[in-house]
Design a binder for this molecule. Sequence first.
Ligand code: SF4
Ligand code: SF4
Length: 472
Amino acid sequence: MTYKGMDTGGVANDADSLKFSKFCHYFERNRIGVYYHSLSMQMVFISRADSLPLKRGDWSAVNNPGLMARLKERKLIVPAHYDETEELRRISDTFNAAPDIRVLYLVLTEHCNFNCSYCFIRQSLPPDYRSSFMSCRTTKLAIDRFSECLARSSSDKEKTIIFYGGEPLLNMTSLRTALGYIKLLKENGRLPQSLRLCLNTNGSLVTRGIAEYLKKHNVHVAVSIDGKADTHEAFRKYPDRRGTFEETMRGFRFLKKAGIEVSISCTAGPHNMKEMDDIARWFAGDFDIKAFGWNILSDPPVPVKSEAQYIKKLSTAALRCYEYCLEHGIYEDTVGRLVTAFVNNRVRPNNCAACGEQMVVSPEGKIGICYAFLGTGAYFDCSVDEPFLPENEPAFAEWRRRSPLNMEECFECAALGICGGGCPHEAFRRTGDIKKRDLNYCTFAGSVLEWSLWQTYRMAKRNSRATPNTTT
Ligand code: SF4
Ligand code: SF4
């Protein structure tokens, strides 16, 4: 597959004076080409013979009126005077409203009983950082501030509280306080009945009693598991270097036995990229997991020869696994959310709720945007002790606007409509600016887009014995 990068300004040489859309991109593989619109996600497949005059901008030499009609209809070619900047602005404006908080991360503690070598929370904490435990008072105040945000929210998306850490089960006192208080606020109408509760845990501290308690409060649990024992323990160890697999699995079994909706948070990196299909098969077979997602490890804790190649290989492995999951009725979310946008022609403005929909409360009661900034305190400018109006906070507004749709360096990218811009914290870590690109995610998003295009072609061909020029 060769990515051809469209001549976006190519003006036609016929009387109609056409040009390729600014958002039109051309891909070619095995003598089949595809013109693809990065915002509307419309496409037209084409034979290589038909593509040659088009690539020269020689519209009059295209001996295929049906093809020209389709390209115009899908706005892949547009009148030369057509101003598409306005179209982009119209789309981005629909996503540029004020922050509308619907997710609360309660960081019950930064302490953890594991010492995973890729842990970005631990890495973000300066050596002199003093980890703490959230008090019961702070827990209740954080939930109050969140309930006030929900009362002003107009979002119809799911509202969620996520208990987070470190390892949140190290602070059972505040977890119990939170669950009791949430129950009370649901009863008196200050929190919605549909509020979803999630706990992210390494699983090792889960006992039968804790599992039953979580079940009673209808808490969904995500357990971090990277694969079978050796793979899991490559990076996930106790501080004394002991492996963590057995304790994690014991906790996982308690949760399943209690009837809890358990999902798996699996970090994909050099330790498991060769066995991602096997891991998905294992999740589905042994644990009856029907949906999961990879955390793509952008910055592995072991040296890799070339980071670009590493990310490319990881993307290819994730896509191979996605194909396996498709065939076996498993939903893998990391690739799936991009493919869903592609299939539904629905632009994804962001990849992360931190872009205007999320608040994070630190153990000390500071309100911020992204938990990865806990160590530096950046973007943690508010406090649970004061009224919290994210719409009046410049940092929340800045994150809200952080989208490829507002990032000039993204406008000519083919993945513009589906990518969502990756992780703003990763962009910050590498460039010092959340509004720059997360380049490793760009590689991933580009791979998913190409896969989606050729998968569409394969399916169209299979379903209708399509000849080139078949549109989808
Ligand atoms: S910015 Fe990145 S690290 Fe922060 S919440 Fe979003 S995805 Fe997670
Ligand atoms: S963030 Fe990267 S992949 Fe996404 S639109 Fe921008 S350049 Fe493309």
